[in-house]
Ligand binder design. Structure first.
Ligand SMILES: [Cu+2]
Length: 109
């Protein structure tokens, strides 16, 4: 009986963590000095946990044009930044070390 109870509790914890992840966690990849995806849909009014995975060998700096985030991500590593809450609209960002190719946009609805 005790075992069943703790299994059920464990399941509930996992289930709520998954629901939370779907709501607020997003991932951007940097590859060949470009962002994937280039356009990312985000919900308005929420803090967004954004994991940026730099698959290139060289460092990149993630920077928002109209939101105050600047983060250097070394080559072949990941970093987490928090963005928002945003009002609906479009918010461009770039990789400052490769500005010609590394461009993207959040589309917030
Ligand atoms: Cu910068």
């Amino acid at each position: 009986m005790k075992l069943l109870t703790s299994l059920a509790a464990g399941f509930l914890v996992v289930a709520s963590a998954t629901a939370m992840a779907e709501n607020t966690e997003y991932k951007l990849v940097i590859k060949d000095h470009m962002f994937e995806p280039i356009t990312m849909q985000l919900p308005a009014g929420k803090r967004i946990k954004l994991t940026i995975e730099n698959q290139d060998a060289t460092a990149e700096e993630f920077e928002g044009f109209h939101f105050p985030v600047e983060k250097i991500i070394p080559g072949n590593s990941k970093a987490v930044v928090w963005v928002g809450p945003f009002k609906p609209g479009n918010y461009g960002f770039m990789g400052e070390f490769n500005q010609d190719s590394a461009k993207g946009e959040f589309v917030v609805e």
